[in-house]
Design a protein around this ligand. Sequence first.
Ligand SMILES: *[C@@H]1O[C@H](CO)[C@@H](O)[C@H](O)[C@H]1NC(C)=O
Ligand SMILES: *[C@@H]1O[C@H](CO)[C@@H](O)[C@H](O)[C@H]1NC(C)=O
Ligand SMILES: *[C@@H]1O[C@H](CO)[C@@H](O)[C@H](O)[C@H]1NC(C)=O
Ligand SMILES: *[C@@H]1O[C@H](CO)[C@@H](O)[C@H](O)[C@H]1NC(C)=O
Ligand SMILES: *[C@@H]1O[C@H](CO)[C@@H](O)[C@H](O)[C@H]1NC(C)=O
Ligand SMILES: *[C@@H]1O[C@H](CO)[C@@H](O)[C@H](O)[C@H]1NC(C)=O
Ligand SMILES: *[C@@H]1O[C@H](CO)[C@@H](O)[C@H](O)[C@H]1NC(C)=O
Ligand SMILES: *[C@@H]1O[C@H](CO)[C@@H](O)[C@H](O)[C@H]1NC(C)=O
Length: 527
Amino acid sequence: MCPLFALAITFAFLAFVSPSLAATADQWRSRSIYQVIVDRYALPQGADPTKCDTADRTWCGGTWNTLRENLDYIQDAGFTAVWISPVSQNYQGSTTPYGDPYHGYWIADATQLNDRFGTSDDLKALSDELHRRGMYLMVDVVVNDVMATSTHPDLSTYMFKNSSQYHPYCVIDWNNNTSIERCWLGDTLVPLPDINTEDPTVVSGFGDWIESLVKDYNIDGLRIDAAKHVNMDFWPVFCARAGVFCIGEVFGSDPVEAASFQGPNGLDSVLHYPMYDSLVEAFTIPGPLNTTAVSDMMAQSKALFKDTGLLGNFLENQDVPRWHNISVDPQSLYNAMVFNFMSDGIPIVYYGQEQYSNGNADPYNRAPLWPSGYANTTAYQLVTTLNKFRNFLTQNSTWLYSSANVLATTEYGIAIMKGDVISIITNIGSPSFVRRPESITTSSILTCVHWVVGSNGTVEVDYTLGGQPVVLIPSSELPGSGFCGFSSSSTGSSKYVSSAGSAHAHSNRFTYSLAIGLIGLIGVSFW
Ligand SMILES: *[C@@H]1O[C@H](CO)[C@@H](O)[C@H](O)[C@H]1NC(C)=O
Ligand SMILES: *[C@@H]1O[C@H](CO)[C@@H](O)[C@H](O)[C@H]1NC(C)=O
Ligand SMILES: *[C@@H]1O[C@H](CO)[C@@H](O)[C@H](O)[C@H]1NC(C)=O
Ligand SMILES: *[C@@H]1O[C@H](CO)[C@@H](O)[C@H](O)[C@H]1NC(C)=O
Ligand SMILES: *[C@@H]1O[C@H](CO)[C@@H](O)[C@H](O)[C@H]1NC(C)=O
Ligand SMILES: *[C@@H]1O[C@H](CO)[C@@H](O)[C@H](O)[C@H]1NC(C)=O
Ligand SMILES: *[C@@H]1O[C@H](CO)[C@@H](O)[C@H](O)[C@H]1NC(C)=O
Ligand SMILES: *[C@@H]1O[C@H](CO)[C@@H](O)[C@H](O)[C@H]1NC(C)=O
């Protein structure tokens, strides 16, 4: 078929067919996700921006419309998907000891939309707008439980109204998997009645519900809350009815447990909590600075997970402290971020991470974004560069499907290689946070430096400006990337400005170019 004709067909298709992208796991592999708590992302025009106190645990005014009206900030940073907090109706009673359900996780009747965040048309408009921009919509869903204010709630207010559709109240024994699945999350002030997901009426009821939710709002993927609290065999049926990518929350540091949830008998993927824990151990400053935790977890992940390329890589979310709370040196955030974008898996950035949001636990890790002024911070620019670079790399299926290997681990850092791209990340920190006084010397080398790999296979990284991450790619692969003076070949990323500097295409595959990052402090020789 002649290419022009094919193009015409594509246009006709885009113009007249509803813009559904309903994506499979494999289609999500190349994406990068921005996670949003709808209530906290953007205010309506004219609202008072000073009125949101995170400690109050109540609604601050964000909606599906205010998110839709402010998508440029997310798309300009290069994200290709947005994960939104749950859309189902929540508890509507008086304020509880833990505040109001501004976060969306306190499900009442799952079949109704949460009118705090807008109407059915508003949610459709958000979905359409994301698809118009070529972005995916991921919706957070809660099927493990509903919310109550006593251990004997009035079941008539929920989607499932028969007591046989719930497990009887019990307190979770964390050493007993059956108990983890059947007993109730929450506590006696705000119990979360556990739905009996073994019951066939629940299985078919939830199946019907998710099938129509996905269809009605053209949802491309699901993030599944509390997935480890549901019997495993529920998931293949539920996700088949949904027909889209399912990534589950399996909270915990055990990779054996997390990996048991990925595959045909479970979910497409899980959020990589075990790697999150390892990154905390390796990169937070102050912290144990144990880089072996990361190289070790990479090896375990490769051995245990069925597909590391689908795992959700994150540094923050609504349940863990903001990185900037546990590690005040921004270099530590930058290095850990580079790992999440340049290793296996789908990078996820939680709203506000790019603004150095610094609250610790719930509710302080859910601060409103607007006081930041959506500023173009160094972290925002790094995220933008990482997305732009990864969006370029993912067009190359060899890179996308390759598995990252550890080249070297030292006390101060780790060098990994995925495809031909080498990332050298360190926990040395910024000069002002540096613990090793002999390490500060000056020299400033900016972007697009060439690195020649020695005949003995070494690359020497001299840190003179602080422990900043370094990402290297063979110079020969740069054409079309939009980096180092090369123009971008994909029209989709043409709006991104090329980095400064110049580079020549080298046929020698051992000539690497610095695509991202500055070069910092003390001599660390990797491999
Ligand atoms: C509740 O479920 C049980 C067990 O499936 C069934 O016998 C009973 O008729 C149901 N009650 C109502 C009111 O539907
Ligand atoms: C595990 O928990 C289940 C559900 O609460 C309970 O029935 C069972 O007795 C527990 N098993 C042990 C060994 O405690
Ligand atoms: C619970 O199940 C997971 C696998 O899903 C297993 O790794 C873990 O050891 C089990 N825990 C207990 C306490 O049995
Ligand atoms: C560092 O992490 C590795 C792998 O998880 C672990 O075996 C080792 O004990 C840790 N070292 C320290 C000093 O905590
Ligand atoms: C961590 O968060 C708590 C609560 O939000 C806050 O009081 C504290 O100052 C934060 N620490 C840092 C280092 O940002
Ligand atoms: C942020 O600042 C950088 C560096 O000045 C610039 O290249 C980029 O275009 C800015 N991004 C936005 C969205 O303004
Ligand atoms: C695709 O990636 C592989 C491995 O990273 C590399 O060898 C190859 O040259 C790349 N292809 C292009 C066209 O850049
Ligand atoms: C490897 O070669 C580089 C120069 O190409 C040299 O600086 C370095 O000392 C050598 N390393 C080893 C372990 O021989």
